[in-house]
Design a protein around this ligand. Structure first.
Ligand SMILES: *[C@@H]1O[C@H](CO)[C@@H](O)[C@H](O)[C@H]1NC(C)=O
Length: 184
């Protein structure tokens, strides 16, 4: 009888711990608007939080993402980030947005976000995109994307986007940043 009770208790504890570890812990506050200028040595997930009473709608706002960017550079692509540096209210929320402009044959060179999964939507142009799985398989997944297409680059995997068309291309990538506030 006692053995039976212990087994049931262990089963419940195992189930509970599985439930608990199913996702990241939630935040302890509604938000943590980043203080713009902090030279102190202490950090809270990257940035200090401003006094919540001082927060305004503009702490959660950015404008101008529809403005085409200059792609006259060696790779022919320009990333316009919209992370905590542009929107202080994004601090600790684990998500960010960007815009990438591509000249014809422009490339967003292979890179990784060690703690960020990326999902992007193509607004304009034709892009050849891909990612490589980790060792030992190193499988290459690629796809040609057209406007309206959406593609996912799983967290930590090397990925790239190449404009294979003769016209400009634009994409909007959204990044989920696990335990990270920007530059993941
Ligand atoms: C784009 O950038 C290049 C290189 O910096 C510069 O020479 C050119 O004037 C810029 N074009 C525009 C329209 O700003």
């Amino acid at each position: 009888m006692a053995t039976h009770f212990i087994l049931v208790a262990i089963a419940i504890m195992a189930l509970a711990s599985r439930l608990v570890s199913a996702s990241d812990p939630s935040q302890l506050q509604d938000f943590c608007v980043a203080v713009k200028d902090s030279k102190s040595a202490v950090f809270v997930n990257g940035k200090f939080c401003n006094d919540p009473k001082l927060a305004t709608a503009n702490d959660f706002f950015y404008s101008g993402l529809l403005t085409p960017q200059n792609t006259s550079n060696p790779v022919g692509s320009t990333v316009t980030p919209v992370n905590v540096m542009q929107i202080p209210g994004l601090n600790t929320l684990g998500i960010s947005l960007a815009r990438i402009d591509f000249a014809p044959y422009g490339l967003n060179p292979p890179h990784t976000h060690p703690r960020g999964t990326e999902i992007l939507v193509v607004l304009e142009g034709t892009l050849y995109v891909g990612f490589v799985t980790s060792n030992p398989d190193n499988r290459l997944f690629t796809k040609v994307l057209y406007p309206g297409d959406v593609f996912v680059f799983p967290e930590g995997l090397i990925h790239f986007q190449f404009n294979q068309g003769k016209t400009n291309a634009r994409v909007l990538p959204l990044e989920h940043q696990n335990l990270c506030h920007y530059h993941c």
